[in-house]
Design a protein around this ligand. Structure first.
Ligand code: BG6
Length: 520
């Protein structure tokens, strides 16, 4: 019997209530690669409610069986703990309905199918509506939800069942807008139909075990908090690099909404930064945590236009070799403009103007077609105020500063680097590492982030989902850089070979500040 990992994660969780999960955009990649494998894993670990069914909706005509078969193949590839027998049981609660959710005329059919399934699986009126479709379809679909009375619960309505009110929640995928205006607009469109308590803006990085562990690391221990500030920390790096290119998503990635700054930094990396930098929340409640993250993002400095070239770097990979395989370069990927200016690499420096973080730069970088797949947070400490070991530094003058490296993925864990004496006579110093390895310690692989997040949405826990303010603040941080890049095309793109650590300009940005990237 597989472990019910969520019991260990938080012992007092509410059981998820019966519900119908409706995925809009069900023939797409996300459904295949992430949503269904994660729901399957929840099924295998016994974490799904007993009364639960999944209805996929998209325009492509397909029977229930064809849908199941397509997803089975994907689950076999992507799901943790796949077996044919368990899949067969799971597939019994998987259905498909072909419809265009942006059209009024589709809703008689959608509602009929939902009612039928909710009767068959006894899911009551609870529904989790998941938007996994192309982002331009969000708004017309949300409007149709409102106009077709799909939402019958919330503060604005009188509860049908006072003691156990049913719920209808919406999960919205990224990209959440393309800029501050479109994100604000989408928030307003959602707010006209759903209560804030029913809106789940997903960021799968928040569901990663090590990102959650960061809160435990900071707030369940006394030894780190006193040094978690500008007195002791020199700077922080958040890196998320991938070896893959755009993996067939060239036309999306190369559109005005694409690029590494929008795709990764605006969403995932700024969220990770906010968790590193936030003040201790008064409780673990979603609102308390989200308020603290929002305050961090709100305190990020708005840089002046003349400073932007010094605090932001863009890159694009050219031909190169990654892991022994040659890569043709971004501009030769299908769907990409041969003169594209899109950033497949971006690095920015963020200053958080608060008492805790005054003067401590946060460097965020992300890239595709890079040397390694890696997500890590590096907390780099200041040097000792006085170095009595100057003669033992082999001419370097001072000892390397202490570092805490939080490996988000792969090899999830935390490493603390400090100086130690090499055994023997004389005083020879070497950096040594204290290592916490997630898998070794807990004897289990961390769960897929989407599984954690889907379960939370079913339980009504918004802690790992973003509040509207966080999204709007994150856009405010990156937009000046995006505008500057739009107005100033860069002539040296592509400027890094596939399979490397990005453009030289990014190393120069760090060197200008007397620092360097941690490239393991
Ligand atoms: C997604 C981005 O949000 O995150 C993708 O749109 C990226 O471009 C992916 O590849 C990376 O996620 P992970 O979990 O593999 O780091």
């Amino acid at each position: 019997m597989a472990t019910r990992w969520y019991d260990a994660r938080m012992p007092n969780l509410d059981e998820p209530s019966p519900c119908l999960i409706v995925i809009f955009g069900a023939s797409g990649d996300l459904t295949k690669r992430k949503l269904i494998p994660s729901l399957y894993h929840l099924h295998v670990t016994g974490s799904l409610p007993a009364n639960c069914a999944i209805l996929g909706i998209s325009r492509t005509e397909m029977s229930d069986d064809a849908f199941r078969e397509k997803l089975r193949e994907a689950a076999e590839k992507h799901a943790q703990g796949y077996t044919a027998a368990a899949w067969q049981k799971f597939a019994g609660s998987l259905y498909y309905h072909a419809a265009d959710s942006t059209k009024q005329t589709a809703y008689a059919g959608i509602k009929k199918r939902m009612a039928e399934l909710s009767d068959r699986h006894k899911t009551g009126q609870n529904s989790l509506l998941y938007l996994a479709m192309a982002p331009h379809l969000y708004e017309p679909t949300i409007i149709q939800f409102g106009e077709n009375n799909m939402i019958v619960e919330g503060k604005r309505w009188c509860s049908i069942n006072r003691d156990n009110p049913p719920w209808q929640r919406i999960v919205v995928e990224k990209p959440f807008g393309n800029d501050p205006e479109s994100a604000g607009h989408l928030n307003r469109v959602l707010g006209r139909v759903f209560e804030e308590e029913s809106i789940y803006r997903i960021d799968h990085y928040l569901g990663k075990e090590t990102v959650q562990n960061l809160m435990v690391f900071r707030f369940a221990n006394t030894i780190f908090e006193p040094i978690w500030n500008q007195h002791y920390i020199d700077h922080v790096q958040v890196t998320a690099t991938e070896t893959v290119g755009v993996e067939g998503r060239g036309s999306y990635y190369d559109s005005p909404g694409g690029g590494a700054l929008r795709d990764m930094i605006q969403s995932h990396l700024l969220q990770v930064m906010a968790v590193v930098a936030m003040e201790p929340p008064v409780s673990l409640k979603a609102d308390d945590i989200r308020l603290e993250k929002s305050k961090v993002l709100g305190a990020a400095r708005q840089h002046r236009e003349q400073d932007l070239p010094d605090i932001a770097v863009r890159g694009q990979y050219g031909p190169g070799t990654i892991g022994g395989r040659s890569n043709p370069g971004y501009r030769n990927e299908p769907g990409v403009n041969p003169e594209s200016q899109t950033d497949t690499f971006a690095a920015i420096q963020v200053m958080i103007d608060t008492w805790r973080w005054g003067g401590v730069p946060f460097y965020l970088r992300s890239g595709k077609g890079m040397a390694r797949k890696l997500t890590e947070i590096v907390i780099s400490f200041k040097p000792t105020p006085h170095c009595i070991f100057r003669d033992q530094t082999q001419g370097a003058g001072c000892l390397p500063p202490n570092q805490i490296v939080i490996n988000v993925q792969p090899d999830e864990g935390i490493r603390i680097r400090f100086e130690g004496k090499v055994p023997g006579s004389g005083m020879k110093i070497k950096d040594v590492v204290m290592d916490f390895d997630y898998v070794e310690q807990f004897q289990s692989e961390p769960p897929e982030a989407y599984a954690t997040l889907l379960l939370d949405a079913m339980r009504g826990d918004q802690t790992l989902y973003k509040h509207r303010d966080e999204i709007e603040q994150a856009w405010r941080i990156v937009q000046p850089v995006l505008d500057y890049w739009d107005a100033n095309p860069q002539s040296d793109l592509p400027n890094y070979a596939a399979g490397t650590w990005g453009p030289q300009a990014s190393d120069k940005m760090m060197a200008r500040d007397g620092r360097q990237w941690h490239n393991p």
